[in-house]
Design a binder for this molecule. Structure first.
Ligand SMILES: [Zn+2]
Length: 275
């Protein structure tokens, strides 16, 4: 007998959570999600109905750790703390939770299906979500993961700035420029889970859809969780090509500035977030 789920009879919500499970599977397969590595949140407010609003909370309100005024009335799906992406891929509602932000915008409650405490990185993910809403963006998802080749590049000092990193990755294949048109922001090393790391990330997300934390991983925002994954994947693919060329013993030539400018014009690529 199958358990009753908040996803039952709500195809939009089920699709959004299903997409998170699909992405979690890709993260594990790519080798980017060892043990409980990585976090994600998806804004699911658009799928909330009266019956959901009437649901009792699963326990008392918990502090977010910040007050985030743009999140008033919002609902999110979030990976559970200590949970594995590979388990979330199989069972998204057993390894993640739907939460509601309380009216004070400083607390949240767990709503469904089970009291799975959200990721320890919830404050930084919700701060990104708050920024997206406050800036008028329609983006719904945040993703933190550990893409191997991008993290490897962040161990080389000469790639430790947004400009050099972006230019190198863009110059590998035209599609990198086309599908990650805002490039890759670089955040110097700061300890995981700190306010300093969250603030530095927030600052760069104003200009970039994906940022790279030095010697750690990426944070991406996107229209949905698949978009956040795709942008990360496109950038990591370029890093793989760079490394493959280096393995043949030489620095890759890369597309010229003129060739890249032509791609930008040809595809009318945005230079800042438009959605
Ligand atoms: Zn991490």
């Amino acid at each position: 007998m199958s358990k009753i789920s908040i996803l039952d009879g709500r195809p939009g919500l089920a699709a959004a959570v299903g997409q998170a499970a699909e992405v979690a599977g890709y993260l594990w397969s790519a080798g980017w999600a060892e043990r409980n590595g990585g976090n994600l949140t998806v804004n699911v407010t658009e799928f909330v109905d009266d019956a959901m609003r009437a649901l009792p909370a699963l326990g008392d309100p918990l502090p977010i750790g910040k007050t985030l005024p743009a999140l008033k009335g919002c609902w999110f799906y979030a990976k559970g703390t200590g949970r594995r992406m590979r388990d979330l891929a199989r069972e998204p509602m057993g390894n993640g939770c739907i939460i509601r932000i309380c009216d004070d915008c400083a607390h949240y409650v767990m709503e469904a299906d089970e009291p799975v405490t959200p990721t320890s990185e919830l404050p930084s993910h919700l701060a990104l979500q708050d920024y997206l809403i406050a800036s008028g963006s329609s983006y719904k998802a945040t993703l933190h993961t550990h893409p191997i080749e991008l993290v490897a590049m962040s161990h080389l000092r000469r790639f430790c700035d947004s400009r050099t990193l972006t230019r190198t990755l863009w110059s590998m294949i035209p599609e990198t420029l086309a599908f990650a048109p805002l490039g890759l922001g670089f955040v110097p090393f700061r300890n995981p889970g700190t306010v300093e790391l969250a603030d530095a990330t927030l600052e760069l997300i104003a200009s970039y859809d994906v940022v790279l934390w030095e010697k750690h991983g990426t944070v991406a925002v996107g229209t949905d969780i698949m978009d956040a994954f795709d942008q990360t994947d496109v950038l990591n693919k370029a890093a793989k090509i760079y490394i493959a060329a280096r393995q043949m013993g030489q620095e890759p030539e890369g597309m010229s500035d003129a060739a890249m400018a032509e791609v930008q014009t040809l595809f009318n690529l945005p230079k800042k977030r438009v959605k």
